[in-house]
Design a binder for this molecule. Structure first.
Ligand code: OSB
Ligand code: MG
Length: 368
């Protein structure tokens, strides 16, 4: 297959509810969409980089620049046997995983469409329904948090993750646990603590959490090794895992017992598949994280979540939790049992709403 053209679009989408983490608050998402044209078929991807460099070093603006100036020149005019070759072609560029992952995902979608096959089957997916959990941002009061949790549980979601930071941690967890003794509950700190907080974090052990996600520095494997030694509760790494090598180091050193896989953070499907395989061999469960994606990125997360090692509910949820109006058709929906059913259409299985996308676009570049 040959990529004839790539279209970059920046669209702005207002979240139904602002989302707050330990690193900041998001109200409007600036989303970079990628549309590739390969042998007459359109493939769609989403670059999940944030508005600022606060979750990871990349931003939508660095991704746009790197895509135009460095990534596209490596792919332009290439005859590809398939999307599996993209990662190696992009190897000379260090980092910029979200920029790479966005275009790589679009090429996977295009390849699946060329073959007339659902992407999730092409990847080796094994389930027609994935388990869904929610990530709930930091709320101004416990009452608001409680209302959010009640709403998600009644919608059917299978596990609740709440964001924590110093000053917003032990108390909300303790009160939620008292109110819901039986739910699958976990926390995500987005790197808000240091190893000196180990005694404080140990207080969370009383609430039998499924896991504590990314408590320490975004690139601090060593700190997590030290912390995991002091905790019974599994640590799950998110920010720290941006390559197969980091995943291997984390597992072998004991920095975590669970890994959150995000397509963007690891640079696309080829890397995500390798991390998945490595974790499976090491019997480390993985689950699919989210980055407040539009329907395009969401559809890719759903496809990834069908792989056999994705044995825990992911942060992949219904469109309406984030958007008044999503940019795909149909929108992503949740079943009363807290699952998302896969479609059997070719590619990502959801149709981008071209008119709406053009309407939301504030910047566009066509690369040929
Ligand atoms: O740490 O998983 C995270 C959102 C933006 C950046 C980082 C994270 C998140 C989420 C939300 O937790 C997941 C989602 O619902 O998309
Ligand atoms: Mg996280």
């Amino acid at each position: 297959m040959k990529i004839q053209r790539v279209t970059l679009r920046e669209i702005h989408m207002r979240l139904v509810t602002p989302f707050e983490t330990s690193f900041g608050r998001t109200t409007v998402r600036r989303i970079l969409l990628l549309e590739v044209e390969a042998d007459g078929h359109a493939g769609w991807g989403e670059c999940v980089a944030g508005e600022g460099p606060f979750y990871s070093p990349e931003t939508i603006d660095t991704a746009w620049l790197v895509l135009e100036k460095y990534i596209w020149p490596l792919l332009r005019g290439r005859e590809l046997a398939g999307a599996l070759e993209v990662w190696e072609l992009l190897e000379p560029i260090r980092g910029h995983n979200m920029a790479k992952g966005g275009i790589e995902a679009a090429i996977w979608d295009a390849e699946a469409k060329l073959k007339g096959e659902p992407l999730w089957r092409m990847l080796g997916g094994v389930r027609e329904e994935i388990a869904s959990g929610v990530s709930i941002g930091i709320k101004p009061s416990f009452d608001e948090l409680l209302r959010a949790v009640e709403k998600e549980l009644s919608a059917g979601y299978q596990r609740i993750k709440i964001k924590i930071k110093p000053g917003h941690d032990i108390e909300p967890v303790e009160r939620l646990r008292a109110r819901f003794p039986g739910i699958k509950l976990m926390v995500d700190a987005n790197s808000a603590y240091s190893i000196a907080d180990a005694p404080h974090l140990r207080r969370l052990e009383a609430f039998y959490l499924m896991m504590i996600e990314q408590p320490l520095g975004w690139d601090d494997l060593y700190g997590h090794v030290a912390l995991q030694r002091q905790l019974q509760t599994p640590i799950c790494l998110d920010e720290c895992i941006h390559s197969v090598e980091h995943a291997r180091a984390a597992v072998e050193l004991g920095a975590c017992r669970i890994i959150n896989v995000k397509l963007g953070r690891v640079g696309g499907y080829t890397r995500a598949l390798r991390i998945h395989d490595l974790c499976r061999e090491g019997q480390v469960p993985v689950w699919c994280g989210g980055m407040l994606e539009s329907g395009i990125g969401r559809a890719h997360n759903i496809a990834l979540s069908t792989l056999p090692g994705f044995s825990l509910p992911g942060d992949v949820t219904a469109s309406r939790r984030y958007w008044q109006q999503d940019i795909i058709e149909p929108e992503v929906e949740i079943t009363p049992l807290g699952t998302i059913r896969l479609h059997n259409h070719p590619g990502i299985g959801y149709q981008p709403r071209q008119d709406l996308i053009e309407e939301l676009a504030v910047r566009k570049a066509v690369l040929t």
